[in-house]
Ligand binder design. Structure first.
Ligand SMILES: O=P(O)(O)OC[C@H]1O[C@H](O)[C@H](O)[C@@H](O)[C@@H]1O
Length: 445
């Protein structure tokens, strides 16, 4: 099981101050459990892992197989919660160079619909010109501009290139049961579709088809992923005592740090495969907590890469940060540092050591240096990067986020602030229905 070590925060906050959260955390957990807190119509993620049926998984796997059999490339079209979870898991579990290898065992996964860069989309459509490709159109609302725009291009190209019949086979929609343009298109065109439950918000949707279908297409075991999440659901349940409940401890500690002026949480990894886990986590915590002029700012770094760019700031900049390190205990492969007779680089002291041992000492050395520099440090220890452990990690962060948001006093399940830019963009683009806003915004330019 994943474990959490908060010892290295105790030079900055006291053990007693964290322990003092017990009653408050219990209240937050009960509000989640009983659906009595803010945003209680979005709690479908809470017992999702333990309620996923074998039939549902089989349906997902069967659809994944159709795309695996018929596609060299699959485009995951989605933004925010509609792509980050899938990308986080796929990248954490994939060989870093798989997409460059000649012989592939699964379609190459590419992401689109998460930006509006003309060059990105042009280059993507160029790349796809001679490829057998499929598309998963993922949007809970079914109306997100970035995703709809990319899908419009990809749908047309897929139909032109592969014919309407094949396109119907290799385009899948994951969207609302009834509402939205993506639903209307899927029903009209006869695409296979999956439903995002009403009561699961985008950033909590990785264990719905939103995450599970792309992950299955990429060749990973979604049963094990869900099993890991379900075990964490148990381990972080409302009846698990505070002192043993990882999510409760995490939520309490980060709130206490925040209260003590630590306004920024930096999620740290020492393995580049975890980069998108951090991106997923940033959305989860940022959209959940950043409201009412409150909330820890979720940031992330990849070490040791960023020790050579952000390391200086973390060591000696403003003391408003704390670090949460995802520490992976075991690597998958063995590689030793070779001995070199000339020893021109002076690295013979490392000869015969595993590369991971060097990485682990970088991790330990960094922790001690940063704590000495005034940065509280938490460690989430995960045994290895596989489906089961990543499943645990995802659910741990979700439940930790629900509890933490309630401790902060906000509704962790809405995101009203995201609408502001959209309104301006539509006004600037003269979208029908935005006439008043268009006039008002033009006057400001
Ligand atoms: O799935 P969609 O409805 O397309 O939404 C995609 C994303 O964009 C929205 O604006 C929200 O801020 C996110 O929470 C959401 O994950």
């Amino acid at each position: 099981m994943i474990s959490l070590n908060i010892e290295k925060t105790f030079g900055f906050i006291s053990k007693a101050s964290v322990a003092a959260y017990e009653a408050q955390v219990k209240a937050a957990q009960e509000a989640l459990e009983n659906g009595t807190g803010k945003g209680n119509d979005f709690l479908g993620w809470l017992h999702l892992p333990s309620s996923i049926s074998q039939e549902h998984l089989a349906d997902l796997k069967a659809t994944a197989q159709v795309l695996r059999d018929n596609c060299e490339v699959v485009i995951v079209a989605g933004i925010g919660g509609s792509y980050l979870g899938a990308r986080a898991v796929i990248e954490a579990l994939s060989n870093s160079f798989t997409w460059l290898q000649e012989k592939k065992t699964a379609p190459v996964m590419i992401y689109a619909g998460h930006n509006i860069s003309e060059d990105y989309l042009y280059e993507l459509t160029e790349f796809l010109k001679d490829k057998k490709f499929g598309v998963i159109n993922i949007s809970k609302s079914g109306t997100t501009t970035e995703t709809a725009l990319a899908f419009r291009l990809l749908k047309k190209q897929c139909e032109d290139q592969r014919g309407k019949e094949m396109a119907k086979k290799v385009i899948v929609a994951i969207t609302d049961a009834k509402k939205g343009a993506a639903r209307i298109t899927a029903d009209k065109e006869g695409y296979k579709s999956f439903i995002i439950p009403d009561n699961v918000g985008g950033r909590f949707s990785v264990l719905t088809p939103v995450g599970l279908l792309p992950i299955a297409i990429a060749g990973f075991d979604i049963e094990k992923l869900v099993a890991g999440a379900a075990d964490m659901e148990k381990a972080c349940g409302v009846n698990v005592p505070f002192a043993e409940n990882l999510a409760a401890q995490y939520a309490a500690t980060r709130n206490e740090l925040y209260k003590n002026g630590k306004k920024i949480e930096i999620l740290v990894n020492f393995c580049p495969k975890l980069h998108y886990v951090s991106e997923w986590w940033k959305q989860l915590y940022g959209e959940s907590e950043g409201k009412e002029n409150k909330g820890i700012f979720p940031a992330a770094v990849d070490f040791s890469t960023d020790l050579h760019s952000m390391g200086q700031w973390i060591q000696e900049g403003e003391r408003t940060i704390f670090e949460t390190v995802i520490s992976v205990e075991n690597v998958d492969h063995k590689l030793e540092v070779p001995s070199d007779e000339a020893n021109l680089d002076g690295l013979n002291f490392l000869a015969g050591k595993r590369v991971d041992e060097v990485n682990k000492m970088a991790e330990l050395g960094t922790q001690l240096a940063h704590v000495d520099g005034g940065v509280p440090n938490m460690r989430i220890i995960i045994e290895k990067l596989d489906e089961y452990n990543i499943g645990q990690l995802l659910y741990f962060f979700e439940i930790g986020c629900g509890i933490s948001g309630y401790l902060l006093g906000v509704n962790p399940f809405n995101q009203p602030g995201v609408e502001a830019y959209k309104k301006n963009m539509f006004a600037l683009l003269n979208k029908p229905g935005y006439e008043e806003e268009s006039k008002a915004i033009q006057a400001r330019l």
